[in-house]
Ligand binder design. Structure first.
Ligand code: ACO
Length: 322
């Protein structure tokens, strides 16, 4: 039996950083950021990723199930609380979901779709009945605040969906995922892992922060998103004309508009959240989905296309009937 998203919840930290605030930190301008990315502001957290994930999860299950009924918690993140243990375990503890098994997934900006496919598989195989899939990031703690090419892009936030077995035609129709490990240098945190453990030299070189070759990443994004979306739609016997809403990873407005233009898809049916969220990596798609839901843009039986492209490199697409 396929799975369906029965509820959704999100959490954004209170503190908002606007482009004008960034002008005071690095050599940039509101005009450049808006024109080149579409981003106007982003939320910044002083709390760890697990707290944001917990707050989003709490909202997602409120009035639907009790925490003890959750069978699995999957957190997609590239900004875990610690390298060990998984952030999902900190979420479990705060949520008091003592019967859940919990782990993290790292697939950068595609992390939510990867986690969704795992959660969907647990439901389809009857391994679990209530799966919480969370995208959560506190990227601001991994950003080099002296590097204007990255610090203006990212934001913090979390969103969670509860998956249950579908008892009708609604639910996740298909998810297609891809990776290419030949491009791992396009976006990385060079130090802090087993390849290059954290050292004074790494700290001095700012190698403990995100480094991104944005322009090269950008060039591959549109074509990959279009191709993987076509693949997911073909497997679902649907076309772009059947889609009521497209929710893409919110990296750059020029990427999203490029995709829409390439497939002749009207921008009125494209959800935009990056102007107020920035790029929140694994949290971006569920945050945008929750925004669309709260804005009344999603109706029962709507067909929604989710797609993503992220470091380094991962991409994917998912077709959902709401
Ligand atoms: N303010 C002003 N100027 C800037 C800034 C800034 N914040 N950042 C860069 N510039 C300058 C550069 O120095 C460069 O100047 P130069 O021409 O004098 O050398 C110029 O602007 C152009 O730089 P580009 O890097 O070519 O700028 P681009 O138009 O490509 O925009 C951006 C950069 C926004 C990063 C874009 O490339 C992008 O969105 N890339 C995709 C990012 C992405 O999708 N990443 C993967 C997902 S994230 C994840 O997986 C976690």
């Amino acid at each position: 039996m396929r799975s369906k998203i029965v509820s959704i919840g999100s959490y954004l930290p209170e503190k908002i950083m606007r482009n004008l605030d960034l002008e005071k930190i690095v050599d940039t301008s509101d005009e450049w950021i808006v024109k080149r990315t579409g981003i106007k502001e982003r939320h910044i957290s002083d709390k760890p990723t697990s707290y944001l994930a917990y707050m989003a999860a709490k909202k997602a299950i409120e009035g639907v199930i009790n925490p003890e009924e959750i069978d699995a918690i999957i957190v997609a993140t590239v900004t875990p609380d610690k390298i060990l243990p998984a952030t999902a375990l900190f979420v479990q503890s705060q949520l008091k979901a003592k019967n859940a098994f919990c782990f993290d997934i790292n697939a950068a900006c595609s992390g939510f779709l990867y986690a969704l496919s795992v959660g969907d598989s647990y439901i389809r195989s009857n391994t679990a009945k209530n799966v919480l899939v969370i995208g959560a990031e506190v990227l601001s703690k991994f950003v080099d605040w002296t590097d204007r090419s990255t610090c203006v892009i990212f934001g913090d936030g979390a969103a969670a969906v509860l998956l249950q077995p579908s008892n009708d035609e609604s639910g996740i129709l298909d998810i297609v995922l891809h990776s290419d490990g030949d491009y791992t240098d396009l976006m990385q945190i060079p130090a802090g892992g087993s390849l290059s453990p954290c050292s004074k030299e790494a700290i001095d070189n700012h190698d403990i922060y995100i480094k991104m070759l944005g322009n090269q990443t950008f060039k591959m994004s549109v074509q990959s998103i279009v191709a993987v979306s076509e693949e997911a739609l073909n497997r679902s016997n649907l076309s772009f004309n059947d889609i009521d809403l497209m929710v893409s990873h919110q990296a750059n407005i020029r990427i999203i508009e490029g995709v829409a233009k390439r497939i002749h898809f009207p921008m009125e049916k494209v959800q935009i959240a990056l102007d107020i969220h920035g790029n929140t990596a694994a949290a971006s798609i569920p945050l945008a989905l929750d925004l669309a839901y709260s804005q009344g843009k999603i109706k029962k039986n709507d067909k929604i296309l989710l797609n993503s492209f992220g470091a380094s490199l991962t991409w994917g697409a998912c077709v959902v009937v709401w």
